[in-house]
Design a protein around this ligand. Structure first.
Ligand code: SAH
Ligand code: SF4
Ligand code: F3S
Length: 436
């Protein structure tokens, strides 16, 4: 019988867009494909399979991916056996409509279809589409291939049930579901055994985590018991789901970092109502005060949208005023982008692109001033930094995060990634603390 040589392992190029949950999903997909014999490559010219893990949150995000696809098409034209695929939120948002824009796609796979990705690739004679949302899929049993460095991202819940009127996430990622706590703890232990020192729990409404009688506060406490783990962080919590149990866990567990991302979106009650955000400005203000009182030196960040349909000058002014009042450490600021399929998509847009741009620019300027002042408050203090590696600037320095999540650079003293060092802050810019 003739002997056939083993087929060469196939190489996959995987590029990720969007939020940290997508980054974590890419690590999951990386693990799935590696166990099926795929090798990774960072060079699309070397790849047999080109995959984009995509985001649908704003129109711009989708446009970028469509642009990138037409660039990658060249490799498929040069080598027709190359497969090109779209994973993630655009897959479940646009589904077969993606083929109108990119008819050459071989696979279109949504966030709940990664388990079967190797089979779909093996079988992709015609375009293969798997965009079913599966409320039972948590991938609890599939270990992700974590990126290098001392930090590991872990999705502890998937999906979102909030249906904020502007947002595609409930459409692209389906209903909320949580991993069992023992599976989360096992993943934390595996990450620590692999050298990780910091865990970031992820979910679109991460604090809605619940598995039987374990809520999110309970999950933080369980993770804090893992020996060798130094720090725990989480993103994104929803303000309406911040419970006494969560605050108590943040107070009691030293490993939980004093940092919380609290997306506000708008400081106009009328707009919050139109957005279906489930809280009023007064609720949010009270929650912020409670958190800051309970947790010393708490850093807080937020997300805001300008130009939601109907946002008038006084709504915008309320948001700008609140930004000054709340004194966030930093903020992600966005222009409203109408997303097909959402409830807000049917609302008539009332704010021109130009005006959205003006409001955004003004908020960015205000926030930069506040971020600078907040960072300058740290000057003279001694902070604990977890080393991540060499800083890009200045040379001869290391970079890491302080406990309250501030990027801190300090002279290289030989400390290794994952080490905790104590340094004194000597100066600060809006983005970085310089320490020694
Ligand atoms: N789950 C998180 C946020 C997820 S999306 C939460 O509820 O807080 C991240 C941010 O993108 C949102 O907080 C919002 O500020 C922004 N965003 C979402 N949809 C948007 C849209 N259609 N236009 C502009 N910004 C949007
Ligand atoms: Fe989107 Fe709202 Fe869910 Fe956040 S909570 S993911 S903004 S629907
Ligand atoms: Fe984008 Fe999906 Fe995350 S739409 S922001 S990648 S959940």
């Amino acid at each position: 019988m003739a002997e056939f040589p083993e087929p060469a392992p196939r190489r996959v190029f995987l590029e990720t867009y969007g939020c940290q949950m997508n980054v974590a999903d890419a690590e999951l997909v990386g693990g799935v494909l590696r166990r099926h014999g795929y090798l990774r490559t960072e060079d699309p010219a070397q790849a047999d399979v080109l995959l984009l893990n995509t985001c649908a949150i704003r129109e711009r995000a989708e446009e970028r991916v469509l642009g990138r696809l037409s660039e990658l098409l060249r490799f498929k034209i040069e080598r027709p056996a190359v497969q090109l695929g779209v994973l993630g939120c655009m897959a479940s948002h646009l589904r077969e409509r993606l083929l109108d824009r990119a008819p050459y796609l071989d696979v279109i796979v949504g966030p709940d279809g990664y388990r079967d990705l190797p089979a779909l690739l093996d079988d992709a004679v015609d375009p293969r589409i798997d965009v079913r949302l599966d409320r039972g899929e948590t991938y609890a049993d599939l270990a992700p291939d974590h990126a290098a460095g001392p930090r590991a991202w872990l999705s502890v819940m998937r999906g979102c049930d909030k249906f904020c009127t502007f947002c595609v996430v409930p459409l692209t990622r389906g209903r909320e579901r949580s991993l069992p706590p023992d599976a989360v703890v096992a993943q934390v232990e595996a990450a620590v055994a692999g050298g990780k020192r910091e865990i970031v729990f992820l979910g679109q409404t991460v604090n809605a985590y619940r598995s039987n009688d374990v809520d999110f506060g309970g999950l933080l406490r369980l993770a804090a018991q893992v020996d060798g783990l130094e720090r725990i962080r989480f993103t994104s919590p929803h303000p309406a789901e911040v419970s006494d149990s969560l605050i108590a866990a943040m107070v009691d567990e030293r490993k939980v970092m004093p940092y919380i991302h609290m997306p506000l979106q708008s400081a106009s009650d009328r707009i919050l109502h139109e957005m279906a955000r489930d809280y009023t400005v007064a609720d949010y203000r009270a929650l912020l005060a409670r958190l800051r009182e309970a947790i010393p030196d708490l850093a807080v960040s937020t997300d805001l949208i300008v130009g939601f349909p109907g946002e008038d000058e006084s709504d915008y002014a309320a948001t700008a005023d609140f930004l000054a009042e709340a004194r966030y450490d930093f903020a992600y600021l966005f222009k409203y982008s109408a997303r097909p399929g959402t409830r807000a998509f049917k609302m008539t847009e009332t704010v021109t692109e130009e005006e959205k741009g003006r409001r955004l620019k003004e908020l960015i300027e205000r926030q930069e001033q506040v971020s600078l002042e907040k960072n300058q408050d740290q000057v003279g203090r001694e902070v604990e930094v977890m080393v991540e590696g060499p800083a890009r600037r200045p040379t001869g320095h290391l970079v890491g995060k302080s406990r309250n999540f501030k990027t801190t650079v300090f002279p290289d003293d030989g400390a290794l990634p994952g080490d905790l060092v104590r340094v004194r802050v000597e100066s600060a810019s809006g983005h970085t603390l310089l320490a020694r």
